[in-house]
Design a protein around this ligand. Sequence first.
Ligand SMILES: Cc1cc2nc3c(=O)[nH]c(=O)nc-3n(C[C@H](O)[C@H](O)[C@H](O)COP(=O)(O)O)c2cc1C
Length: 338
Amino acid sequence: MANLETQYAGLKLKNPIIASSSGVTDSLPRVKKLAEAGVGAVVLKSIFEEEILIEMEELMQKMTARPFVYPETLDYMEEDQHEDIIRTYLSLISECKKAVDIPIIASINAVSNQKWTYLASEIEKAGADAIELNMFALPSDINKTSQEIEDTYISIVKQVISEVKNIPVTVKISHYFTAMGHMIQRFSEAGAKGIVVFNRYYSGDINIHDETLDSAFVLSHNNEIALPMRWVGLMSDKIDADMAATTGIHTGEDVVKLLLAGAPLVQIATALYKNNFTVVGEMLEFIEKWMKEKEYKSIEDFRGKLNHKGEGDTASWERVQFMKEFRHFVLKHMQTPA
Ligand SMILES: Cc1cc2nc3c(=O)[nH]c(=O)nc-3n(C[C@H](O)[C@H](O)[C@H](O)COP(=O)(O)O)c2cc1C
């Protein structure tokens, strides 16, 4: 039988399929079900800096709407509210750790390195095996330069690493970086042990009947796999951190592609939402069957075989333009006479 064990950020995982941070990882019953379904680890739903701030603000509004409030009461309430969300998250971590025997990775959505970073050490004390920093704010502020944004992200990573003692810190990033290669390297040099490419975000749509803004595209399409696959292929042999992949990975075949590109694991959400967790068993079965056919005994036998420095025409990871050899394809596709 093929050995599906893999190493990620210093953690030993029984297989490379990870339940990605989302609604499917936000409660103990779901985490138990995911463990039963066979995932190698779970990344819990993110705790959001924004979420805490909004709740605090609402509370402030309620309090200030009252005729008179002692300032110290306000302080107490603010702190209390803050603690409630945090306490719930910390107990989710410790309950999951007690209930399942796979690594539990906590996730923090962070956009600044203020106030909240002490939480990292609380998360470690609660028993999390790692912390994944889901760092992203839409770069729409016209007064903020890319340098400022990038430096903020790096400072968050360094600050969080300084708060924890024994667990790895990883980052889950967006594709909104101009110098992507350089930025991935900076995250690695800052001490991130894993880099997950690329998170997928809420995006809006327009309802032309009501002429309103709508939400859309919550779940990924399989062809979105191309972007993370390219960057895992390009970077996995160049940096110390492990490159993990998320977005568009829906089948066992997709997982094998990412392993060949150099990822030690994948993080999936859409496939879990769509298939009621049975997809995990199907994916594992496919990987084992494929490894048997190819006579691979372990993941390390083939992981990264097709990365940037691997075998074959791996320079094509760098190719971005449709050059002349694709002209024929376009004409055929359009059914235009030559
Ligand atoms: C409903 C939903 C909620 C999500 N919540 C989070 C979250 O809290 N933190 C996070 O890092 N990613 C979150 N994600 C992103 C997923 O973890 C995953 O990276 C993304 O959906 C791409 O993977 P997929 O193509 O398998 O869906 C969420 C995704 C969905 C669909």
